[in-house]
Design a protein around this ligand. Sequence first.
Ligand code: MG
Length: 218
Amino acid sequence: MIDWKKIDTVLLDMDGTLLDLNFDNHFWKEFVPLKFAEQHGISLDTAKQQLGPQFKSMEGKLEWYCLDYWSRALQLDIAGLKAEISGLIAVLPHVAEFLVKLQQSPKMVVLVTNAHRDSLGLKMEKTCLQSFFDRIISSHDLGLPKEHAGFWPLLQQQEPFDKQSTLLIDDSLAVLNSAKLFGIAHLISVSKPDSKQPKKHVADYPSIEDFRELMAGL
Ligand SMILES: [Mg+2]
């Protein structure tokens, strides 16, 4: 799937690529509505109906990933709630072996995430993956989400890379599309970002179900 000799830089997404998206899905679809319902004395169904459109309207925007934004908008301590169910944070299968191999290679390995620094901190603390990366970049530090075409030139200023020898692995098609537009040559999607959900069919990009598929030749 990938000729590793041609790759100098590996850009890795976090949620849904290295970490099980089940945590985030459960958090936003079940746990936050539950806490919102408790706070307002409404049923869980009513809470889900109220929050659904609010979440939808922010998709793809940087605020969607901002814990402070949601803490203000919902009057809930979002970072605190995340910490409450942090036991669900999990690394996807075979990620650790893959990262060990990458680390032993001379390639530059960069975690590039839309996650807010608080969320990122909690997840690195729970998974101990931090040491595998040469650099960790949160899009909040650059002011644009990865879905935005303007994100990639900003990233390149922070962390110089050659588009032709760079690989991005990300479960978000919107992110892969914006990276493609910018000219990143090697793009791979993830077909099983959430361990509790069925495998997704990915038409536009080569995809992996787990990282064993990328180990050959690394
Ligand atoms: Mg992701």
